[in-house]
Design a protein around this ligand. Structure first.
Ligand SMILES: [Zn+2]
Length: 226
């Protein structure tokens, strides 16, 4: 599925997105370990003569980062994240969890998946523009969660800040079980739509939504009052 000429969708349990620039390409999220193969295939098909210059990590959850190390070994790409997330990716800080069942699951997954620490090469801040993407720091799901807005196309990569349904017709709220601070996550999702005017929504889970104005309006009506 192709939404824009230079944005390539790599679907799965976690969606990743490959973006072609003039001289190189960049990736948004690495996904699970097995995703690395799909990503390398997509790069050789769509950007065969370009290097994967950078990988943006929207947040440090295992399902978005497990494939990082493999990709860095293959492409020597620079890893980019928000400063509040970098310690978790580099494993110099323990990931904060809410406790309870989801906290237990996160800790267990971390042990089972044994995701290696990965160096973060570049830290980004709210409103900065890097490789043609505007950074929106929107904490709640995790402390350093970022959305990325492609300046050229106004496609908005919003990972787990919201979810969408599988038909790609509705925006759903962030998952309560996995948000570190649910109220903050809801507020961040509202702020995201108030500070950007996306032509497409590219989520971490679910299907992308093209021409999302109506879906955004419905989402804001439902969740602004919460
Ligand atoms: Zn997540």
């Amino acid at each position: 599925m192709r939404f824009f000429e230079k944005i390539f969708f790599i679907p799965g349990f976690v969606n990743c997105y490959l973006i072609e620039r003039d001289e190189y390409c960049i990736l948004i999220d690495a996904g699970m370990s097995k995703k690395a193969k799909k990503i390398t295939q997509k790069i050789s098909e769509q950007c065969p003569n370009k290097i994967l210059k950078a990988i943006f990590v929207t947040h440090a959850h295992q399902d978005h980062t497990a494939g990082l190390k493999t990709l860095v070994r293959l492409y020597d790409s620079e890893i980019i994240s928000h400063k509040k997330e970098s310690g978790y990716i580099m494993k110099t800080e323990e990931f904060p969890t809410r406790g309870g069942f989801s906290g237990f699951m996160f800790k267990l997954l971390d042990k089972i998946m044994a995701i290696p620490a990965c160096n973060v090469d570049k830290l980004v801040e709210d409103n900065e523009i890097v490789h043609g993407l505007r950074i929106l720091h929107l904490p709640g799901h995790t402390p350093g969660t970022i959305a990325l807005e492609d300046i050229e196309t106004q496609a908005l990569f919003c990972n787990d800040i919201i979810n969408t349904n599988k038909e790609g017709t509705a925006i759903l709220p962030p998952d309560k079980n996995y948000a570190l601070d649910y109220d903050q996550a809801i507020n961040s999702s509202i702020k995201m739509f108030q500070t950007s005017n996306p032509k497409a929504i590219m989520p971490g889970h679910g299907s992308p939504i093209l021409e999302p104005e109506e879906s955004i309006k419905l989402y804001l009506e439902e969740y602004k009052k919460v």
